[in-house]
Design a protein around this ligand. Structure first.
Ligand code: FE
Ligand code: FE
Ligand code: ZN
Length: 293
């Protein structure tokens, strides 16, 4: 079955109920959200009554909770050699894991981090050490390391780097991978030959570790190391190549999440992109239709 959704908001007043309603308005059967602003670590206590109401809404609309993805704030940097920063990031991640568990979800997507000068090998070691700390506890949450574009000193820009992190993690059942199509394109993988990319993923990491896909087109050419998402079919990856990822039979039942940009920074594109994906047909009036609504 196609499990598709997008990044949605999580607001102070409407909480998780608001997130579910937003996902439903896009015709999605899953979604991804941040438990607060993606760029900071300010977090509010969780309103359990709101979560119960959201659970009911998800049940009524056939959204399986295990398909819903939480994304950790992207300023968490476990790779840095700066002790103070890393220890802050590690304890914040610990708190975030607890929040995901309280909300009743399984998967937390995490950017591995940036080594900011100490080198990828030391970065990988730092990440693994922090992960070993936070995964020691009783929570069942699974951390999904996201494949990165290789912007700046980002770690996780090859499947090999992701595999070396996983190798050093003790509790391997609590670690998986989220593959982002824009990021791997920018990192240098050829999405025109996606089956080969998957073979490579399987060889280096193991396909059983793949638990989530981020479906984004890219504003940049392959190997650009930029990380700028584009709307589906309007970038350098293109509609046909993305469809082959989305409908690849080896990736059946893995949640696929759109993180494409709002059109003109104000109009969410997801309803139209999801529709296009379900129809398997590129909508040449995509931007106009999004703007009209
Ligand atoms: Fe991400
Ligand atoms: Fe992503
Ligand atoms: Zn990105």
């Amino acid at each position: 079955m196609l499990i598709i959704g997008s990044h949605v908001g999580y607001k102070k007043d409407s909480g998780l109920v608001g997130s579910v309603k937003e996902a439903l308005s896009y015709g999605a059967n899953t979604f991804m959200f941040y438990t607060g602003a993606p760029q900071n670590t300010k977090r509010l206590p969780i309103d359990l009554a709101n979560v119960q109401e959201a659970d009911k809404l998800m049940r009524e609309n056939n959204i399986q909770k295990e398909n819903v993805i939480v994304h950790a704030p992207y300023i968490i940097n476990l790779a840095t050699d700066d002790e103070e920063k890393r220890s802050f990031a590690t304890s914040f991640l610990q708190e975030e894991i607890k929040r995901v568990e309280t909300l009743g979800f399984t998967y937390l997507v995490l950017h591995p981090g940036s080594h900011v000068g100490c080198g990828p090998d030391k970065g990988i070691e730092n990440i693994a050490n922090s992960l070993n700390k936070v995964l020691e506890t009783d929570e069942k949450v699974v951390i999904l390391l996201e494949t990165m574009a290789g912007k700046g000193t980002e770690v996780g820009r090859t499947f090999e780097e992701i595999a070396s992190i996983i190798e050093k993690v003790n509790q391997k059942e609590k670690i998986g991978v989220c593959l982002d199509t824009c990021h791997i394109n920018d990192a240098g993988y050829d999405l025109n030959d996606f089956d080969k990319v998957l073979d490579n993923f399987d060889e280096v990491i193991g396909l059983d570790k793949l638990k989530c896909l981020h479906i984004n087109d890219s504003k940049n050419e392959r190997s650009a190391h930029k990380d700028r998402h584009e709307n589906i079919g309007l970038g350098h990856i293109g509609f046909e190549a993305l469809l082959k990822v989305i409908y690849n039979n080896r990736l059946d039942n893995i949640p696929k999440i759109l993180e494409t940009p709002y059109v003109d920074k104000i109009y969410p594109p997801y309803k139209y992109e999801i529709e296009m994906i379900r129809n398997k047909k590129f909508n040449t009036n995509l931007l106009e239709e999004i703007r009209k609504n």
